[in-house]
Ligand binder design. Structure first.
Ligand SMILES: [Zn+2]
Length: 634
């Protein structure tokens, strides 16, 4: 839904320039300027309550303020309007009556009284306890908080966010430290005054604050650091090896792109079991939230810390180079996701590449992750109706899609299928040029020199094709469009094969799958009988066409017993394993289907099957070359 208020009065102080390219959005020198002040009180963050007060210029007459809706990097209308409370608008101490728009829940209309030159806006943000979602999910605990500015402000409807200046200050709980890429003007014991910045930069610069806080410098020229807040002081005990690995993520990324587009970068890492877990990219920082023991536990490191190189890559791919459809003039304008297979897909490829090149993952771990993602995509009957390009266009609804029938619906597959397509592209470039060129050369051209301060350079599909052609002439348009529009049952595995490996299945889970099962508490039998189970035996997903689906089993049912024995993951695995014996090719499952107890018989005879990459000795091992470090020796 999109609605403009073109006929309504717009505060004269705000110049609105709509332009295709965000690079062309600079405010003319002679334009009038005015600053909105924003005071955020985060002292009650541990009880999940923020208070904000704003003073902004206004002119008498009708005015509309809006709450940010389309959040950059979340690729959808995820602004948590439901958690906005306490809205009071005043002028000269007198209350102004507001009325929400009847259609656009994010817009508030009111009348600025005669002679008023400015208005005051007060609001509360009710910080959620819900641990899902992105920044709109749980963001505060007893010991830490992430301050996400777009949740704490309103701005004039129709404004271009690069033209509105905000001067923010932040009050923190006593003794809490903080990290942010926002420039600090001054600070006292528990209040920080930030320098005036555009609304665009403010929203792009969250603040991580907490009682237990660690800062590790990662690089100089330009400076780069990781700021870590934890619920427990003991969780900050990072090993020297891991600290060195984090530094290598930076040096390998800078080596890959050959230039930077930030002045001082901050990894903002939250270690908590009580916040949402995800990563959100910003130009000069990232907001990454992982389980509290992720720096200490090997399985958590394997499963969770790949978010750090991924979000760092976005400083180049997503923030600096941004699809035109995602570079909107403000947060009310809908975003178009059709190039997310580049924005997120290439970032997935490069982020995982950096996980391997930095040593965050071993080479076998990289291959195990790749095998797991490739096998998952190769077992999705939803591919038969939904081409990858539709997952990008529908990203705004797919991010919230449930686990059940993921195999038939598909989800935000442009991440992992992007990994496969860009591996396909990288190996193809190496093939075409006899090994002289690679996707690294594409990155240097597309994202690299000259180094700049944060800026946006937009692109369209043709720009991607043109740059690939500069690296290695080929019909890249057809190459990419075939993969984006395919409704073939099988995933694009050409890159793995050209890389000298084959997707195969073995009788034991690979190391990464074991880590994932342990951390995410599920049982993966999708590649054998077509079942994915939660820890309690409830069925998360069923793969259409495989044994469990053929036996009439669906998501939401719960396994009670396997061949007459009470269900456990081990008992089910043993029963699947035993099917390699021709006399045991039937598994009897007792199932609770929402209160109705049912018997289901599976016919199956292939034993346990888990994905693995096997070396194809007839080809050279390009994959190992691709993931080899360039700034240190393994
Ligand atoms: Zn991403």
């Amino acid at each position: 839904m999109k609605r403009r208020f073109g006929s309504l009065f717009l505060a004269a102080a705000f110049v609105v320039i709509y332009a295709e390219s965000a690079a062309a959005k600079a405010r003319p020198d002679n334009a009038p300027t005015s600053t909105i002040t924003l005071s955020v009180d985060a002292t009650e963050a541990p009880r999940k309550l923020f208070h904000a007060r704003m003073t902004m210029p206004a002119s008498p007459g009708p005015m509309t303020l809006v709450y940010p809706k389309w959040i950059p990097g979340e690729h959808g209308p995820t602004g948590p309007i439901i958690d906005l409370a306490g809205l009071k608008i005043t002028a000269g101490g007198k209350t102004i009556t507001w009325r929400r728009d009847d259609v656009d829940m994010y817009a508030f209309h009111f009348e600025v009284p005669a002679a008023a030159k400015e208005i005051q806006v007060a609001l509360d943000f009710l910080s959620p306890t819900f641990a899902g979602g992105f920044t709109a999910g749980a963001s505060t605990t007893a010991h830490l908080a992430i301050v996400t500015w777009n949740q704490l402000l309103l701005y004039p409807e129709g404004a271009n966010v690069s033209d509105v200046t905000f001067k923010a200050n932040l009050s923190l709980p006593a003794g809490w430290k903080f990290g942010t890429s926002l420039p600090v003007a001054s600070q006292s014991a528990s209040k920080v005054d930030f320098a005036p910045v555009s609304l665009e930069r403010l929203v792009d610069s969250p603040v991580l604050t907490g009682e237990y806080f660690l800062v590790i410098p990662l690089a100089a020229n330009p400076p780069n650091e990781i700021d870590i807040a934890a619920d427990n002081n003991a969780d900050l005990a990072i090993s020297p090896e891991l600290a060195t690995t984090l530094k290598r993520i930076v040096s390998e990324a800078v080596s890959l792109f050959g230039a930077t587009h930030y002045t001082h970068y901050h990894f903002l890492l939250t270690l908590s079991d009580h916040t949402a877990h995800f990563g959100l990219e910003h130009h000069e920082s990232n907001d990454s939230r992982v389980a509290e023991r992720s720096l200490l536990d090997d399985a958590l490191r394997d499963v969770s810390l790949g978010v750090l190189p991924h979000e760092f890559v976005h400083s180049w791919n997503g923030k600096y180079r941004r699809p035109a459809g995602l570079a909107t003039p403000n947060y009310q304008e809908p975003m178009k996701g059709e190039l997310l297979w580049v924005y997120e897909g290439l970032t997935q490829y490069l982020g995982n590449l950096l996980s391997a090149r930095s040593g965050l993952w071993t080479s076998p771990q990289y291959r195990d992750h790749l095998a797991e993602s490739a096998a998952d995509l190769d077992h999705k009957p939803g591919r038969l109706w939904r081409p990858l390009i539709d997952t990008t266009i529908a990203a705004q609804i797919l991010y919230g899609s449930p686990a059940e029938w993921n195999s038939l619906r598909r989800s935000v597959d442009f991440y992992d299928e992007g990994w496969l397509i860009w591996l396909d592209t990288d190996t193809k470039i190496r093939d075409l040029t006899g090994g002289a060129k690679s996707l690294d050369d594409f990155c240097k051209r597309f994202h690299g020199a000259p180094s700049t301060a944060p800026m946006v350079k937009t692109y369209v599909f043709d720009d991607v094709v043109a740059t690939l052609n500069e690296v290695a002439p080929f019909d890249w348009r057809t190459f990419l469009q075939t993969r984006l529009n395919s409704t073939d049952f099988h995933a694009p595995l050409g890159g793995i094969e050209r890389g000298g490996w084959k997707l195969a299945y073995q009788a034991t889970p690979n190391g990464v799958l074991k880590d994932q099962e342990q951390v995410r508490k599920f049982t993966e039998l999708g590649f054998s009988i077509g079942l994915r189970l939660n820890e309690d035996g409830s069925i998360a997903d069923v793969i259409e066409g495989l044994a469990a689906a053929k036996a009439g089993i669906g998501p939401g049912m719960k396994l009670i017993a396997v061949n007459g024995k009470a269900y456990s993951a081990e008992i089910l695995r043993d029963a699947v394993k035993a099917t390699t014996d021709p006399r045991q090719r039937r598994i009897d499952l007792l199932i609770d289907n929402e209160g109705h107890i049912e018997n289901h018989q599976l016919s199956y005879g292939e034993g346990e099957k888990y994905p693995v990459l096997e070396r194809d000795a007839s080809k050279q091992d390009l994959l190992s070359k691709i993931i080899a470090p360039s700034t240190w020796a393994r």
